[in-house]
Design a protein around this ligand. Sequence first.
Ligand code: HEM
Length: 473
Amino acid sequence: MVKFVNKFKGPPTVPVFGNIFNLLGSPADYYYYLLKMQQVYGSTLRIWFLHIPFIVVSDPDDVQMLLSKNLEKDKTYKFLVDLIGDGLITADNQRWKKNRRVISPAFNLTTLADYFLGSFNDQNEKLVQKLQKHCDSNELFDIWEYIDTASFSIICETAMGYKDDEEVEFLKSREAYMKASDLVGQRFYQAWLHPSFMFKLYTQIIGMSDIFEKAKALPKTILRKKYQNQRLSSNSQMMDEQKDGKRTQCIVDILYDLYNKQHYFTEEELMDEILTLIFAGSETTAITVSFTLLMLAMEQSIQAKVYEEQYSVFGSSKDPPTAKDLNQLTFLEQCIKETLRRFTIVPIILRRADEDLILKSGEIIPAGAHINISIAGVHLNKKTFPNPYIWDPSNFDEECIASRHPGTFIPFGVGSRMCIGNKYAMMTMKAQLSTLLRNYRLTTTLSQDDIKLNFDVVIRSANGYRIMLHSRH
Ligand code: HEM
């Protein structure tokens, strides 16, 4: 049991009620409860998550101090290992340090623009075609499945060079992946599934003992083929094809070069890193894009402003966006940022104190304590954002940003373990939204009050993203 020093002021009621809520309620109840407690007790408090006591921190200075210390991740992250192995998200600090340094260049802006933007645009064109059947029908439909499939295809193509996303093998692998991901989500919130033997037993009882293997089958096959392929033995031969005079290359090719030439990665490590990127890079962007579309469908005047900006950059051209075009879409970027604030897709990150840590208030987090860094608490703080639950992109007007502490908007985390895919995410989301909004006008009968949230490992809408599409052409 964690030793809380007396000096640490935690509200006495939270442990008791927190536990009851967690045992009886849903993960979404926990999310709302946590936010409520932060409003009642302030930015630092103690709360139980199932049987584990956590110190919750949401003051921007404290959050920055904690994340700059490169603390070990909480051991609950290890529940993800069955699905994604020991890649950047789950690796201990030693392995993480070694791999993060060499993976980072695969995510710089030049690589993104030169190698990945073409794949984003190809998939977005396919998406526009697939959505045609809902156009001008005047019936609400949930756009989630379309966006999620497109994001999964994009990450499979940019991470592994896999393009056959209509293939049975791909669809089967994706279905298994979703089920496996759900199962991991369940494990987080059910204390009795925390011990490995109980979880193993449970997967056997429900007939899903092979689900993780099935989920990894496709990436494994693709990577094995890559290893066997002599074509990949030198960097100059690694280009998949020529596109508009540009080389296309996937992340695994970039990393394979290190594996091959410098024996930097083992085959297993490379596999784990790719599985990690697929996990971290598909649903997060799909949820953000889906929420942004839903919000724009609700807020017609904001959508009109976004379209005006599109028109000023592209005119009536249907050409796919270039990196330069995307840079000019500053109001669209404001809308995406506001979605990342209002819905904070990754609402909490968990760490373990490896030494006594002193907060701004003088309170001490004792070594060994579990820490819950509440990004949602930072983003939904009334003192920073006067109407925190209203989606309003003007929160990201230049003068508003200038007047705020930089640590009050941290959707990708901060510090050395900050999201490696943040620029990739912004580019893929902007490209997708730009393509969709130039083809379709969006409407819905729903309003912001209708939104209910679900929470597993990430935040998502409980009642889907139901909109109507109207042709712009
Ligand atoms: C809207 C989209 C995204 C959001 C909100 C998001 C958010 C985050 C956050 C908050 C973290 C820090 C977690 C922690 O410190 O415990 C993180 C880490 C990470 N993200 Fe993202 N992410 C997004 C998209 C992506 C994409 C597109 C990729 C890859 C293609 C990616 C790959 C990763 C990886 C590998 C890590 C672990 C980094 C490390 O520990 O070195 N993410 N992300």
